[in-house]
Design a protein around this ligand. Structure first.
Ligand SMILES: Nc1ncnc2c1ncn2[C@@H]1O[C@H](COP(=O)(O)OP(=O)(O)OP(=O)(O)O)[C@@H](O)[C@H]1O
Length: 506
């Protein structure tokens, strides 16, 4: 069955649109496009800085026009656009980028109306929309026809040309894009789309934001973007913002001067300085404290950083790629993540699909992992290579893999380790999986009306018991305990231990 495509129209609400509406007889450009489009729009989003009193009127006006052509049920939404003035490029950019990014993710085809709005609104729509493969531009002619607008400039290429001139002194080699992305298995259409988008981002200098569940390959993607960019032969520095104690993130990112705090025995350059000319990958960016968010915003906006204990600022040329498994826009709504920083980071957004959404890739990835495990094992003289039975592979394909490739990798490793046979069966794999059934028994919980439960305390107790058990079973080897618990690395486990007040015994 072929998938139905989603078509969205995005438009500013121009003064002319309102005048035409009030005139009664005339067609506003938005309604011209909505009624003349061959494929109906599933949604029409109208951005307005005009007075609220016109919104409902305008919505009704477009709805009426749609009803007359037999499309009465279209989703038409007018949204308030917080802009400083109709000619203020900065605030118009923020609003336009937010909506184009959001809707181009949601839609298969996003059409942007270039007739309505001020020149600043049109210009920014083109500049931002041109970078998206599923965006097209429309305008309405004076006699109410829908016209497709072709903008015959490849901004990406133009930008790369000028950017390469600018950074020719820091990065000299041609980016090897295909090679850079070869580590990412992308047989499925979902992943191919993601990789194509990422290649465009790699060829530009824009900040990137990689979203996706744990273990979906966000770090691998960041590495590919760096390697495929003009900065490839400059450093790529990585920090997991969630794995460090708060006070350490500051000095790790921005550095410190000798004597800046107790224990700072010499000057230490931060990751921004270490990555100068290259790329900085901020994993779990949603964990940054408000103070660090301010410093990061400054580094992105002005290209300058403040080292702890230094009165001078230092200039840096760093491309930032951030990643998170959290819903950043929700954190913005809740006031936990700065909106201005979000817009700065969320220019090139990449959504990594979960493994279960790209079944076609699983077999290829399993074969790669099996090869890797056999290669590592073969260093031992008694090792015989193992493979997975057909039923075993079917079992793998049927699992939800909530921890994605990392969970798949650790499950295969366990199955290979525990099985004495050369062929890994469905049973071996099932035994090697993290026992989610144990967790499911918690659905049996019943509470009475007057019960009072401290859920946080309960969860902490549960976490503590498992961390202690994993540490014990691993002989206090943190990296192994982290693997047992499906945590990213030993630093993440250390962080948990600190929060749960668990002392590490060697
Ligand atoms: N497409 C892929 N093909 C093969 N291996 C992959 C692919 N994507 C990720 N991996 C492997 O899966 C593991 C997890 O990937 P990675 O660390 O990049 O995920 P992540 O999304 O950054 O995870 P987290 O959110 O927990 O930091 C790594 O070992 C990585 O090499």
């Amino acid at each position: 069955m072929s998938k139905r495509t989603v078509n969205i129209l995005l438009s500013w609400l121009g003064t002319k649109d309102i005048e035409n509406m009030l005139d009664g007889e005339k067609n506003a450009s938005i309604s011209t496009l909505a009624t003349n489009s061959q494929t109906p729009f599933d949604k029409i989003v109208i951005l307005s800085n005009h007075q609220h009193k016109y919104w409902e009127k305008f919505e009704n006006f477009v709805k009426k026009r749609m009803a007359t052509i037999g499309r009465p049920h279209q989703d038409i939404q007018v949204h308030k656009a917080n802009i400083a003035s109709p000619i203020d490029y900065e605030s118009i950019h923020q609003v336009t980028a937010l909506w184009i990014n959001k809707l181009s993710e949601e839609a298969d085809s996003l059409s942007i109306n270039l007739t309505s709005g001020t020149p600043a609104m049109t210009t920014l729509s083109v500049l931002i929309g041109k970078g998206k493969s599923n965006v097209q531009f429309l305008q309405a002619s004076p006699n109410n026809e829908l016209l497709h607008v072709d903008i015959p400039i490849d901004f990406g290429q133009e930008y790369v040309k000028s950017a390469s001139k600018n950074i020719a002194n820091t990065a000299t080699s041609e980016p090897k894009v295909e090679q850079a992305f070869s580590a990412l298995t992308a047989k499925s259409v979902q992943m191919q789309n993601v990789v194509n988008k990422a290649k465009k981002i790699a060829a530009s200098e824009v900040p990137a934001l990689i979203l996706g569940e744990t273990g979906t390959g966000k770090e691998l993607m960041a590495t590919a973007i760096h390697k495929g960019s003009l900065r490839a032969n400059k450093p790529l520095k990585v920090i997991n913002c969630g794995a460090f104690a708060e006070n350490l993130v500051d000095s790790t990112l921005f550095g410190h001067k000798k004597g800046a705090f107790t224990g700072a025995e010499k000057d230490h350059p931060g990751l921004f300085e270490q990555a100068d000319g290259g790329t900085l990958f901020l994993d779990e960016v949603g964990e940054l404290t408000p103070e660090i968010q301010v410093k990061l915003l400054r580094a992105l906006q002005q290209g300058e950083i403040n080292c702890l204990g230094d009165t001078q600022t230092t200039n840096v040329d760093v491309r930032v790629i951030a990643a998170t498994h959290k819903d950043l826009s929700k954190l913005v709504e809740e006031g936990k993540f700065r909106e201005d920083l979000f817009y700065r980071l969320a220019v090139g957004i990449i959504q990594m699909p979960a493994l279960r959404e790209r079944i076609e890739d699983i077999t290829v990835i399993v074969n790669q992992l099996v090869e890797q495990i056999n290669k590592v094992g073969s260093k031992h003289p008694d090792y015989t290579s193992k493979n997975i039975s057909e039923k075993g592979m079917k079992f793998i394909l049927s699992q939800p893999w909530q921890g994605n490739i990392r969970e798949l990798w650790s499950t295969l490793n366990r199955a290979f380790l525990w099985s004495d046979s050369q062929t890994i069966t469905e049973n071996d794999l099932s035994n090697a999986m993290i026992n989610r059934a144990k967790n499911e028994s918690f659905t049996d919980v019943t509470l009475s009306y007057d019960d009072k439960i401290d859920i946080t305390q309960l969860v902490d107790k549960y976490k503590k018991a498992y961390v202690l058990a994993a540490l014990k079973a691993s002989g206090n080897v943190k990296s192994h305990a982290a693997q047992m618990l499906n945590l990213k690395d030993h630093q993440t486990l250390s962080n948990w231990m600190k929060r749960l007040n668990i002392k590490h015994e060697k």
